[in-house]
Ligand binder design. Structure first.
Ligand SMILES: [Zn+2]
Length: 470
């Protein structure tokens, strides 16, 4: 069975075959660590994790690179306003991001390169573009001349005819009707304070787009298999990445572009002002199970729009609990029945094939989840009727674990996961607060940990912790 994926580049369903036999190079656009990520971001991260896990399920070895954008207008402004260095400021949100990934049972990527640690590669790329005539300097900054790159706009279908030659844009994010020369390197301005690099291209800092081109090619080579992100990144971010990379190397940059759809909250676009804006912490703080959040985020096809409501989350919680219930029940089932239930075992193999067919079809998770639920119901019926032998009872958990390698919702492998660094720090701070009888601080820290999906208990032997979903 072959995996087919819808390539945004060309908008066609294509057979996925990696460039190098059995090795997949994948770049996933990561967070700008200026604040906590919201659940719309996590929808994309869960989709990327399911993709990663499914590639491994198919037998591929995956090298995933996720950038940490730790320098941009927002991080600079916020760090200056709060009076800390840029690194101190971004470190906190980088740790929070990694802790949130762990709570959602998202596997770690192989590399998390920070933008501030790859300035050299970005400057080299910008200089190469200038040398080759694709870039030019103006007022101390460097820009990419989109009129020189003929295929510009192919990924997004942007209305390139409307472009005015030489019109420049300095900000990293801009709308589709503003397609114009974008910034590769920004010259220093007084509001940047002490955030700048003295380089061959001048004193300043990189633009956002060049980060991803420079870091993806450093870790994955000039051409790699998969690049993905939310659909809001198609233009300008990914369009600009293609232009910079292909203009510099003369080679195709990415073979498969995959984009996830928008997340609406209660039918509307998420906005802080309309009160429907959630971080993962907000949801966990209310007592929701992080793996139910994960389930809900993968319950729609990744490219479809997903409407996030509290009712849908409650349903997801029930669905996950039902699967765990079956799982627990099988482990303790009475196996006095001597005869193996061949009918059940046949049904499970059939559903396993259906699961794989669904996932092969551009990662159709709703169809794959339906196969898992049908299997669980059949297993429950067999147990109700006492038709489960010892051999069946050993095979059934293996069936569910196998599929859960892709889904990651049973919480089974989470026991072996390490505690995120941020949680470790909070536990230490809480121990100190308890030692000085500062109960208010200890309680606040307990709640913060709970919001990360970690329950702490005080025992005579010290503090112990566990994940909320277990
Ligand atoms: Zn990116």
């Amino acid at each position: 069975m072959t995996l087919r994926l819808l390539n945004t580049y060309g908008r066609k369903l294509q057979k996925f075959v990696p460039l190098k036999k059995n090795l997949v190079g994948m770049y996933t656009c990561g967070p700008t660590v200026w604040d906590y990520a919201h659940i719309g971001n996590f929808r994309t991260y869960v989709f990327q994790d399911v993709l990663r896990r499914y590639l491994k399920f198919k037998g591929y070895k995956v090298t995933q690179v996720t950038n940490i954008t730790d320098v941009d207008d927002k991080t600079i402004r916020q760090s200056r306003e709060t009076g800390v260095t840029l690194r101190e400021y971004t470190k906190r949100y980088e740790e929070a991001y990694l802790a949130d990934l762990a709570a959602l049972n998202i596997e770690r990527a192989e590399y998390y390169p920070r933008a501030t640690e790859h300035i050299e590669q970005m400057v080299a790329l910008a200089n190469k573009l200038i040398r080759k005539g694709f870039g030019y300097e103006a007022e101390g900054s460097a820009y990419f001349d989109i009129s020189k790159f003929k295929p510009y706009g192919r990924l997004s279908g942007a209305r390139i005819r409307e472009l005015k030659a030489g019109a420049r844009v300095d900000s990293d994010e801009y709308g589709k009707d503003e397609a114009r020369d974008f910034v590769l390197w920004k010259s220093w301005r007084p509001e940047d304070g002490d955030v700048f690099w003295e380089t061959a291209i001048g004193k300043g800092r990189p633009g956002w787009h060049i980060e991803c081109s420079a870091m993806s090619m450093k870790y994955l080579g000039s051409t790699f298999d998969i690049h993905s992100g939310g659909e809001d990144l198609i233009f300008p971010h990914h369009e600009n990445e293609i232009a910079q990379s292909e203009a510099a190397t003369g080679k195709r940059f990415v073979r498969f572009w995959l984009h996830s759809g928008m997340l609406l909250v209660a039918g509307r676009k998420m906005a802080k002002s309309s009160g429907n804006f959630f971080t993962l912490r907000d949801l966990l703080f209310k007592g929701h199970d992080p793996l139910a959040v994960r389930y809900l985020l993968m319950s729609a096809h990744y490219r479809a729009q997903l409407n996030f409501t509290e009712e849908a989350l409650a349903d997801a919680e029930k669905a996950v609990e039902a699967l765990r219930g079956t799982w627990r029940r099988v482990k303790n089932v009475d196996t006095t029945n001597k005869q193996d239930n061949t009918q059940l075992r046949k049904l499970l193999s059939k559903e396993e094939r259906e699961f794989e067919r669904a996932m092969d079809d551009d990662l159709n998770t709703p169809r794959a989840l339906a196969a898992v639920h049908r299997s669980a119901r059949a297993v429950n019926r067999a147990m109700d009727q006492g038709e489960v032998s010892m051999k069946d009872a050993a095979a059934i958990p293996m069936f569910f674990s196998h599929l859960d390698k892709v889904l990651g919702i049973l919480g089974e492998q989470m026991k072996t996961q390490e505690l995120p660094e941020e949680a470790e720090r909070l536990i230490r701070e809480r121990d100190q607060a308890r030692a000085t009888k500062d109960w208010a601080t200890a309680d606040r820290l307990r709640k913060e940990l709970l919001a990360m999906g970690i329950v702490v208990e005080d025992t005579p032997a010290g503090t112990v912790w566990k994940r909320k979903s277990q």
